[in-house]
Design a protein around this ligand. Structure first.
Ligand code: NZQ
Ligand code: ZN
Length: 389
């Protein structure tokens, strides 16, 4: 087990009705609020009205930034920073999924960025030191943005989608009832994202981090149990609540305790797909993950022990032939995604092979994935993309 350092300054209020803490969460930071949200789902579910009532009753001055895109764009960050400066905003309130929260984190940091070009802040990738306070109300279980400091911003002009560390939310209000309205497609995609956040740490060379591996297996089993229930009964509170709790912990760094880092290869490959084709993050991950698994198992069979553990502990499979067991675990994951309604090929998303070399070079810039669980070259990545067609 390796050394680790960890700190999460975010206070989570989890459960139905926790919006009652919103006023207390915002009040210490000031009265001028930038309210950020996406394309309107929060209005359809009545959450916008509930938030505005609390803000109006509390005497807050509210400025709005709406229309934040899935795969949030740098242009939205620029708009938000301009609004914060113009209205001397004290605190940002993000209401939505990972895209709204990520964009709001970049806005919070962008207010203090000294350069002229906010894309340079995103592309610097070395983290930012100062940011406006951020409070969020989560409406989609997926990214874990409600409980981490990272954000991912897209520049469609340059086909780049880059993560950076901006700021942790001061408070995240996580009420599973707000996710009852999430479509089957986004529910499944979000769950695939949760699964991927776990797999990106679980498939590591470290063999003896029992706490991290135990948490990882528990979260995987929870998603495998609760996603089908949430798809069949969208307003099943218990299923939605478990997925929401899974989402926050999966990307929190806790499942990486004591483990050798892996470079998160599926995320590196997926961010290229989103940057070129603007696809849903979790769908890209679901397509890539089983193909990546088969590729590395074939390339370096000494990693089979980890897949055997995955097959036994997560999927409850058994058998004496270790390679067959390893492959059966991967098949089980792929079938699970397919049965959840996720399109499982790039062809179904109208994506062809034309940019694979460029995307591979970018995903592996500086030989970044040489330190992955199984090292990946650009050629490996192109092969994985091809297996996804
Ligand atoms: O825009 P609105 O109208 O709100 O609709 C959204 C959007 O169309 C909809 N939605 C959200 N909550 C809903 C709802 N629809 C009905 N009812 C609700 N309660 O769902 C669609 C997708 O929303 P989005 O926020 O884009 O989804 P998600 O939470 O999956 O976020 C994806 C983004 O987060 C990044 C991804 O790359 C992607 O850009 N990630 C952020 C991470 C982080 N901060 O740590 C880590 C992840 O690995 C990931 O990269
Ligand atoms: Zn992700």
């Amino acid at each position: 087990m390796l050394n680790y350092t960890h700190s999460i300054p975010t206070r989570i209020f989890f459960g139905e009705g926790q919006i009652s803490h919103l006023d207390d969460a915002l009040r210490p930071f000031g009265k001028r609020v930038l309210l950020t949200y996406g394309g309107g789902s929060i209005k359809k579910i009545g959450l916008y009205d509930a938030v505005m009532k609390i803000l109006n009753d509390g005497g807050y001055t509210v400025v709005e930034l709406s229309g934040i895109e899935p795969n949030p764009r740098i242009e939205s960050v620029e708009k938000g920073v301009a609004l914060c400066k113009e209205h001397r905003i004290d605190v940002i309130l993000a209401v939505g999924g990972g895209s709204t929260i990520d964009c709001s984190k970049a806005i919070a940091a962008g207010v203090y960025y000294e350069g002229d070009d906010l894309w340079q802040m995103v592309a610097s990738r070395h983290g930012t030191l100062k940011a406006l306070p951020l409070v969020d109300i989560l409406t989609l279980s997926a990214t874990g943005s409600e409980y981490d400091g990272g954000g991912v911003i897209t520049n469609m002009k340059t086909n780049e989608k880059l993560g950076n560390m901006y700021t942790f939310p001061a408070v995240s209000i996580c009420d599973p009832t707000y996710t009852f309205s999430v479509s089957k497609y986004q529910t499944a995609a979000g769950s695939a994202d949760i699964i991927s956040h776990i797999c990106e740490n679980y498939f590591s060379r470290t063999e003896d981090s029992d706490l991290a591996d135990g948490i990882a297996e528990t979260i995987l089993k929870s998603v495998i149990k609760n996603l089908p229930i949430a798809l069949a009964e969208p307003d099943n509170y218990s299923a939605r609540a478990n997925l929401m709790a899974d989402s926050s912990v999966a990307c929190s760094g806790i499942p990486a305790y004591g483990k050798q880092s892996t470079g998160w290869p599926c995320h590196a490959m997926e961010h290229e797909l989103s940057a070129f084709y603007d696809i849903t993050h979790g769908v890209g991950l679901a397509i890539l993950t089983p193909r990546w698994m088969r590729h590395i198992l074939k390339k370096d069979p000494t990693c089979a022990w980890r897949f055997v553990r995955f097959a036994r502990n997560v999927w409850g499979l058994s058998g004496d032939d270790e390679l067959a067991l390893a492959l059966a675990g991967i098949d089980a994951l792929e079938n699970f995604f397919r049965e959840s309604g996720i399109p499982m090929t790039l062809t179904e998303l109208n994506i062809g092979a034309e940019h694979f070399e460029e995307m591979a070079a970018h995903a592996n810039v500086g030989g970044y994935l040489a330190n992955a669980f199984v090292a990946l070259t650009n050629e490996d990545i192109v092969e994985i993309y091809r297996a996804c067609l």
